[in-house]
Design a protein around this ligand. Structure first.
Ligand code: 13P
Length: 253
């Protein structure tokens, strides 16, 4: 039985002081939780200060970064490397988030290099995939998901399903308040697993945790996590408040 995993993507929110406050609140509120793995992905500058708090509080909450460059170092102004994330306490790195794809123009080939670099550096890539509303309306959801998976994971070898996470995040559900229905999440994630099985074999695919993301809130978390193919939740807006994130985590029990 896979353990449920719930993550918060803080996006470009919380300065260092605000981030420290929220991290302390989460440590206190979630200290008893052992039914789910929990991670938070704050902005880069907040990683190390939060890591200190997580260690002080002996918290099991894991730290993730929201992006990285694939090169180990060099003249890449504005970028940070896998090693930098690890040295700040990061265990997970979000790659290919729809905001990176659609606002910053990242494509599968570019994301693929980042996935390879994360794995090489023993960071867990959380690969995000998902279709636009036009694509869903045109009946292209599966085609888009499959090409994102095959493109972003091209040439990647996975010998242990715990070394990677996948998030299905339909773009039309992100930040819009429109959640995919539990059935839509189930159907898409079943298809994600089918593609993963074709790429890596059934037993690896069965072991990979696939998260749903897109307007997850305290009142829809339970219905989403009840779907057999939904192994976790990736929360944006509702992870910025300790009470609402706690409610979502507890709804997965
Ligand atoms: P919202 O929960 O704000 O829709 O964001 C989801 C998301 O993008 C998580 O990565």
């Amino acid at each position: 039985m896979k353990k449920v995993i719930v993550g918060g993507n803080w996006k470009m929110n919380k300065n260092v002081q605000e981030a420290q406050t929220l991290a302390r609140q989460l440590c206190d509120r979630l200290s008893d939780v052992n039914f789910a793995d929990i991670f938070i992905c704050p902005p880069f500058v907040d990683l190390y200060p939060i890591n200190i708090i997580l260690r002080e509080k002996e918290s099991k909450i894991m730290l993730g970064a929201q992006n990285m460059h694939y090169e180990p170092k060099g003249a890449f102004t504005g970028e940070i490397s896998a090693d930098m994330i690890k040295s700040a306490g990061g265990k997970i790195v979000v790659l290919g988030h729809s905001e990176r794809r659609h606002i910053f123009g990242e494509d599968d080939e570019y994301i693929n290099k980042k996935v390879a670099s994360a794995l090489k550096n023993e960071l867990i890539p959380l690969l995000c995939i998902g279709e636009l509303l036009e694509e869903r309306k045109a009946g292209k959801t599966e085609e888009v998901i499959e090409s994102q998976l095959r493109g972003s994971l091209n040439g990647i070898e996975i010998d242990d399903p715990e070394k990677i996470l996948i998030a299905y995040e339909p773009v039309w559900a992100i930040g819009t308040g429109i959640t995919a229905t539990p059935e839509q999440a189930q159907e898409a994630q079943k298809f994600v697993r089918k593609v993963l099985a074709d790429m890596f074999g059934q037993s690896i695919a069965d072991g990979i945790r696939i998260l749903y993301g897109g307007s997850v809130k305290p009142d829809n978390a339970e219905a989403l996590i009840s779907q057999p193919e939904v192994d976790g939740l990736f929360v944006g807006g509702a992870s910025l408040d300790a009470e609402s994130f706690e409610k979502i985590v507890r709804a997965t029990k």
